[in-house]
Design a protein around this ligand. Structure first.
Ligand SMILES: Nc1ncnc2c1ncn2[C@@H]1O[C@H](COP(=O)(O)OP(=O)(O)OP(=O)(O)O)[C@@H](O)[C@H]1O
Length: 743
């Protein structure tokens, strides 16, 4: 294997540092060496350039002060940090492998090991009485003959015969006689041992036949038969077959990688390889990582990981592996030309069903990441939900709904989450979770689309309500102005996480009547709702401008693209320039790669993920657990409690929250006429045309008294008009929330 010799490199640098004379002419040792080594190729062209440098004699060039102009400074002086810095910057490899440090991965490995051992034991246990014992009995006569033959050969020293014969043929009489004498001595001794042993065996046999108990006889006969059966086994037919057959895959070597890299059409690599060089540099030994091999490679200058990712199919061909085994990746902690080439033993699509990390959990905290699937290297991948919005897209039948289901189940397992589910395909893919949904619809008809559009309208209002409510929270409770677990757990604040799923959202956004408004609302929610605990999960099978407004596709933070048709769709889901950067969901194969997609935004760099798969029974089981949890904690609401969707879908607003939103805490007293104007600005469809009297009459039932408030008119006149004190409003809101919390 070809590896860099870091020590050599360091010594070379030291040598160069010592050789460097900052004041005078210096020789760039690296260049000089490489020039020498390459002189066979470039001798004629390069000699002219190199001569002044190699000579180091200014008189050869211009005389006096005008020393030869050095284009390159000595490498160590300017080309990077010094020795200690380089050591300090060097990367430390993990003391423990990743699977030992991660609880779930360790548990997974142990489960696999236990399963493997269990399988092997069961495999052989079943075969002992039905296969292995009969085989041994069958083979025991042959075993007896084999044993006698071996003893006979040993007694007459048959193994020395070829040697003696050879010496006889060579007519080497002295050596032959020596060997013959040795044979005679041996045979005498061995015959004696054999006769004694035979007498002992005969005696034992007579004793066993005539003198021993039946149990001893049976035991001795069994041992004898089994031993003879063992000795009777033909060399090419072992008694036990393997319980597990290893799928042998060729070890990944540097030669294979170099050849493959030279074949993918990158000029610099191909030219270097044609000249007998490598073209690429291995920065670490090729090692096993997960179920595959990992090679860390420095690409030639100017070549990026994206250039290799573009040619993944060619690389797979060069490596003679299926496409689903070959995963070129960037290293986020290194430069653009550092390639991590991971070559799996098995095609990712043949991994089978990936078990969901929470399949057997009782409860989950949505503020933690939600397990989503595994990457090609077998590492668990998860998706953060709070503070994010998620966009999923693919061609039909590639696994969108399946991935939505995983995320929805993750949200459902946190009983504090309010779940709004909209599945506008009408196939009932999310029906299992209906029992825990605050709002739920499944259908493609106009009513179902309207329901989903109403949800977005309601969510928009909810976002505004939450913004006002967050403003009022004391700084110590909410230092970052964003929802935390502590805030979410204070039920009276009504700021718990709200996860709204819109599966097949192209049917909503492209709807002639409701689509435009729904798109605007969704964009508003995506931009503002993140910090307020409102999470949108949108899945579409038609990522184009009409079906997915650019305001949405441009603002979501987490993106998951399963197979898509082309560059435009790819970039709509994964973000601008994703395709150009080599993140290409077009490379997934139809159907075969269902469930495999590029996940962007959840990790530093986009990563390929095979999602966990929850079939109907698994989803049902999770939904039932989530229902029981919500029931126990009293968080079932809306649709799950059988509330009338129409009533919930009607226009709704919270007057007190709205007044609190438009009267800043610094304004202790405010005229009602000013409240009316500001309310009309905030929500014209609700408060348009209101006067001070409307404010007076609607606030009265909430216990907020209107009184005379001194103030200054817009033209500067001091006067007194009817208004409210803000402290009364705050008190009324607190009382109301307390009552609701108690209910
Ligand atoms: N993670 C996965 N692992 C294994 N198989 C999967 C996975 N995801 C999806 N599949 C397979 O792909 C099929 C289609 O999945 P799904 O219904 O989620 O696709 P879709 O993209 O939502 O399709 P449509 O757009 O037609 O609704 C599933 O029935 C399943 O067989």
């Amino acid at each position: 294997m070809k590896h860099p010799d870091d020590d050599n490199e360091l010594f070379n640098r030291l040598e160069a540092e010592l050789a460097a004379d900052p004041a005078g002419d210096v020789v760039d040792l690296n260049k000089a060496r490489s020039a020498r080594s390459e002189s066979a190729d470039f001798g004629a062209d390069r000699s002219a350039d190199l001569q002044p440098t190699e000579s180091g004699d200014p008189s050869e060039g211009e005389s006096g002060d005008s020393a030869p102009a050095m284009v390159d400074r000595p490498a160590p002086a300017q080309s990077g940090p010094g020795l200690i810095d380089r050591i300090r910057d060097s990367k430390r490899l993990d003391v423990l492998p990743a699977w030992l440090k991660s609880g779930p991965e360790f548990a997974d490995a142990m489960r696999w090991l236990a399963g493997h051992v269990g399988h092997t034991v069961a495999f052989h246990a079943v075969r002992v009485p039905f296969l292995y014992v009969p085989k041994l009995v069958w083979r025991s006569p042959l075993g007896l003959i084999n044993a006698l033959a071996r003893i006979g050969r040993w007694a007459i020293d048959a193994e020395g015969e070829p040697l003696r014969q050879a010496e006889a043929r060579r007519e080497n009489s002295e050596l032959y006689l020596k060997l013959s004498r040795q044979r005679d001595r041996r045979v005498r001794l061995r015959m004696l041992v054999t006769v004694l042993a035979a007498l002992f065996v005969l005696g034992m046999s007579l004793f066993l036949v005539f003198g021993a108990e039946t149990r001893t006889q049976v035991l001795a006969a069994t041992v004898a038969v089994l031993m003879l059966g063992w000795l009777g086994a033909p060399a090419d037919a072992p008694l036990a077959t393997r319980a597990v057959i290893k799928t042998e895959v060729q070890k990944l070597t540097s030669d294979i990688v170099v050849k493959a890299m030279a074949s993918i059409g990158i000029g610099q690599i191909a030219t270097a390889v044609a000249k007998g060089q490598d073209g690429i540099k291995f920065v670490a030994p090729i090692t096993r990582e997960g179920p595959g091999w990992r090679a860390d490679i420095d690409l030639p200058l100017g070549v990026t990981v994206a250039d290799v990712a573009d040619r993944r199919a060619r690389l797979a061909s060069g490596l003679r592996r299926p496409l689903g085994c070959v995963w070129p990746d960037a290293d986020p902690s290194e430069h653009e030309g550092r390639l991590i080439l991971w070559v799996g033993d098995r095609d990712l699509s043949k991994t089978g069903i990936v078990k969901w990390g929470l399949a057997n959990s009782r409860k989950h905290d949505v503020f933690k990441k939600i397990p989503f699937g595994i990457d090609p290297r077998g590492r668990a991948q998860s998706v953060p939900m709070i503070q994010h919005n998620i966009l999923i897209g693919s061609l039909p039948g590639q696994g969108k709904t399946a991935s939505v289901r995983v995320l929805a189940c993750g949200a459902a397992m946190d009983p504090s989450v309010e779940l709004w589910l909209h599945e506008n395909k009408g196939t009932g893919d999310l029906d299992a979770l209906e029992c825990v949904s605050h709002r739920f619809v499944s259908g493609i008809d106009d009513d179902s689309i309207k329901y989903a559009a109403d949800s977005l309208k309601l969510l928009r209002e909810e976002v505004m309500r939450r913004a006002a409510a967050m403003k009022k929270l004391p700084r110590d409770l909410c230092p970052d102005k964003r929802i935390t677990r502590t805030i979410a757990d204070k039920r009276s604040l009504k700021l718990w996480p709200l996860v709204a799923v819109f599966d097949e959202c192209q049917n909503l956004f492209a709807h002639p009547k409701y689509g435009k408004q729904a798109g605007d609302d969704a964009e508003f929610i995506i931009k503002l709702g993140r910090a307020l605990g409102v999470v949108l999960i949108l899945a579409t099978q038609r990522p184009d401008k009409e079906s997915l407004p650019t305001g949405i596709s441009g603002n979501v933070s987490i993106r998951f693209a399963l197979r898509v048709a082309g560059q435009v769709e790819n970039d709509m889901i994964l973000g601008t320039s994703a395709y150009k950067n080599g993140v290409r969901a077009t490379s997934f194969r139809p159907e075969i790669d269902a469930g495999n997609g590029y996940l962007a935004g959840a990790t530093a760099l986009p990563v390929v993920v095979r999602t966990a798969y929850l079939d109907d029974p698994a989803t049902n089981a999770i939904a039932q657990r989530a229902h029981a949890l919500r029931k126990a904690e009293g968080t079932l609401s809306g649709h799950a409690l059988g509330e009338d969707p129409e009533a919930a879908a009607g226009p709704s607003y919270d007057l007190l929250a709205d007044v609190a939103a438009i009267v800043p805490p610094s304004e202790e007293r405010v005229w009602n006429e000013r409240i009316a104007v500001r309310l009309a600005e905030l929500r014209p469809e609700v408060y348009g045309g209101w006067k001070g009297e409307n404010v007076t009459s609607t606030l009265k039932p909430h216990g907020i008294k209107t009184r005379d408030v001194a103030g200054v008119t817009d033209d500067g006149t001091r006067t007194t008009r009817r208004g409210i004190v803000r402290a009364d409003l705050t008190k009324a809101i607190a009382e109301r929330d307390e009552n609701r919390g108690a209910a």
